[in-house]
Design a protein around this ligand. Sequence first.
Ligand code: MRU
Length: 366
Amino acid sequence: MQAIKPIIWDGEILQLLDQRMLPEEEIYIQCRSVSDVVGSIKDMVVRGAPAIGVAAAFAMVLAARQITCADAGEEAAPVSSDGLLEHLEEAAAYLKESRPTAVNLSWGVDRMLGLTRRLRDASPDKILKEMNIEAENIFREDIDCNKKIGDWGAQLIRNGSTVLTHCNAGALATAGYGTALGVVRSAFFGGKKIAVFANETRPFLQGARLTAWELQKEGIPVTLIVDGAAGYFISSGAVDCIVVGADRIAENGDTANKIGTYMLAVLARENSIPFYVAAPSSTIDISVSSGEDIVVEERSADEVTAVRGTSLAPAGIEVKNPSFDITPSRLITALITEHGITFFPTREKIRQLVREMKGPKDILPK
Ligand code: MRU
């Protein structure tokens, strides 16, 4: 049973659990069009790299429905397969612009586009039907992937450990189960006695609002700390390892993740504790040579100067709000994917990992 459902699809409407409202309210936003989904990604209704990728895949089905199904949108009218494909290429470009750093977004969109290009000669109805199946596969595979990541990662977590995590790389950030929190779940439900320190993760507070909520909901011991307290706890020996997710992993293993992650990796090295990155292989982007080439999203100043409408800073203050930072691969003890554990990732090891991925669903889009 999937306890936390960030994404619900019924074949016609995409429901997204509104992560801006958690933990106070559990409400769903109903998306009927690509622009509904683009708006939800930009506004962080849905967030977390794999969840964005899955939502974007369903958005491609909504795009197809908008021009093939009489009940789905004003534009619905008889359309040719070529017309449908042209419309889907536009929808794909629009979706990809919604957030720049997490590669899973374009991965999900490209996988849907790849399918439609292969079905160019089929009828629009057939294309729509196959797209629906493909998006549902992407959803299911994400959960399966996370469980595999969890099982691999749990082997690295010793009984009695305290794990520190940053942001939310949990069920909420994926189709379900989570990557970094998947490792925590597998270790905990596998019988290990573990506890979690959740960094609050300013400014959007994914740690305080989301990670704390989802772990508490499942009875996994969690303690919330402010981001600035991580060094204090790590240096005093209270943390055994750090596990985080990833938004994009370059070919050399450099990893983009939520702003503040790099500081934790430095702290881990300074204090000789392991720093693990847990992510599906769809987060690896070998078209990007190193972290220097990863685009870091700059978000609005309002996220820093106010929390839910309450001002925290003087009006007109200059603000910088990069949403991600880059952790160099030399600081990463291991990368945990659904394929296994890659210790001390290097360019050669990432290339090898990508070569070993089997089956069309694991091949990175061209
Ligand atoms: O800005 P967000 O909340 O989308 O950032 C999310 C993160 O940085 C996560 O750690 C990452 O996407 C991995 S989620 C499994």
